[in-house]
Design a protein around this ligand. Structure first.
Ligand SMILES: [Zn+2]
Ligand SMILES: [Zn+2]
Length: 447
């Protein structure tokens, strides 16, 4: 949604006439009050931005309108804005005196899902994906809350400029869902063309936590994810004459089941790891034995050595099953690790401790929970390159009543990436803005 001139004018007046801008550093309590009031004042406009983003998601590396919105908002606030960093990425830099550099990252992309959340502003859009194919689109991972949070944080921090010192680098990142956007932005000079951060921080909305609750952790926070393709090759023939063929559908079926023994039989019990075969495609017609089947896998761990062990086991199982079926060496399965892979997101312990301490102070211990690492993956891990300490935290997004009901009935609430998932806007959006603002104020506090 485009801000009206009146909105911009009011915002400008509020910023310029605010006594906060020229006041001396506020006490922690005063600061909390200032931020809370500011976030309350911004909320109607942020809600409008959010519902508009939610209704019109864009897919990975196609975030053109979303990027333009972020660029426009940051420019209005006085940031130096560079667009098209790493394809559709946006970088906004604001230097406010001498101090450390903090990078705040929000990812922008939606998912090719037909939304079925039932909210009034649900997406019905059909959009082009990167390959030009029409797809339904949905903010199923709630990156729209992250973009709204980034804009809200920018507005709040600009209004409270007298309360911090340093350089703020706000990043709207494309293509997280294909774990390619962070790499693209870094390859396009994010750490060389712009001030290199002393800290990089991000939040992610979480469907399993009650709305308004912060989840934090030190060390491994999200798993590494490797993507793998397996091409199972056979020898084709008539469906009625299997003895003249090598059936790749039977082979692929055996492989899928055998792969499930890696975690259960080969890894030390208690080792967190996942081997999922997400797609299986093969065959042309019921009476044809085809000559190939394609599998797509996702692999998750918290340990590079475990990942190496899993990959080796997959290669061994694929070759072994094909050999047992009598396939010649030149028709063994082809196992390929794809570039859609990413390392462990590990929160710098000192940084995580500093931020979680601040969150407990701001939100109270009942709204700040330590959470277990999860097997999801994130390309925010890429921002830890060159020794940059990173920290990500969760912001709960589901109605607490529904969470309590789910605990009672055992029926899970819709997860991120579900067609039926939609965050409760309030207090989720306010918590996104407030926690991100609190984190930046902690890292850029005046001495
Ligand atoms: Zn996602
Ligand atoms: Zn996500």
């Amino acid at each position: 949604m485009k801000p009206t001139h009146i909105t911009i004018l009011i915002a400008a007046l509020l910023i310029s006439s605010s006594p906060i801008a020229s006041a001396a550093a506020a006490s922690p309590e005063e600061l909390r009050g200032l931020v809370t009031r500011r976030v309350e004042a911004e909320y109607p406009s942020l809600f409008a931005i959010y519902t508009n983003l939610h209704a019109h998601p864009e897919l990975s590396f196609m975030e053109i309108k979303t990027a333009a919105l972020v660029a426009r908002e940051l420019r209005t606030l006085g940031f130096t804005v560079t667009e098209k960093v790493g394809n559709t990425g946006v970088v906004g830099v604001l230097t406010n005196g001498i101090g450390p550099t903090v990078l705040v990252r929000a990812d922008m992309d939606g998912l090719p899902i037909k939304e079925n959340s039932g909210v009034a502003y649900a997406s019905t859009d059909i959009v082009k994906d990167l390959s030009g194919k029409d797809q339904p689109a949905m903010h199923g991972c709630a990156h729209d809350t992250h973009v709204t949070g980034l804009i809200g944080t920018a507005r709040t921090l600009v209004a409270l400029k007298a309360q911090w010192a340093g350089t703020l680098v706000l990043v709207a990142q494309p293509a997280e869902e294909i774990v390619a956007g962070a790499r693209a932005m870094l390859a396009d000079g994010l750490y060389t063309r712009f001030p290199k951060p002393d800290f990089a921080i991000a939040l992610h909305t979480h469907s399993m936590l009650p709305a308004g609750v912060i989840g934090y952790g030190e060390g491994p926070f999200l798993a590494s994810g490797n993507s793998m393709d397996i091409l199972v090759r056979g020898v084709s023939g008539h469906g009625s004459a299997p003895h003249t063929t090598k059936d790749p559908i039977v082979l692929a079926s055996e492989i899928v089941l055998a792969l499930q023994t890696i975690v259960s039989r080969e890894l030390k019990p208690g080792t967190p790891a996942v081997v999922t075969v997400g797609t299986i495609h093969g065959g042309l017609k019921r009476n044809i034995i085809s000559d190939e089947v394609r599998l797509e896998l996702t692999l998750r761990t918290f340990d590079d050595k475990v990942m190496t062990q899993i990959v080796a086991a997959i290669r061994r199982i694929c070759a072994g099953i094909a050999q047992a079926a009598g396939l010649p060496e030149d028709r063994l399965p082809v196992v390929t690790l794809t570039p859609e892979s990413v390392g462990v997101t590990s929160n710098d312990p000192a940084l995580a401790r500093r931020l979680s301490g601040r969150f407990i102070e701001w939100f109270g211990s009942e709204r700040t929970q330590r959470t277990e690492p999860i097997m999801g993956s994130e390309d925010f891990s890429e921002f830890s390159r060159q020794g940059v300490p990173i920290c990500m935290w969760w912001v709960g997004a589901t109605d607490p009543v529904k969470i309590a009901e789910s605990e009672r009935t055992g029926v899970p609430v819709p997860s991120n990436h579900s067609a039926t998932f939609a965050p409760v806007p309030e207090p989720t959006l306010k918590t996104c803005v407030t926690s991100m603002t609190a984190a930046v104020l902690e890292l850029l506090s005046k001495p």
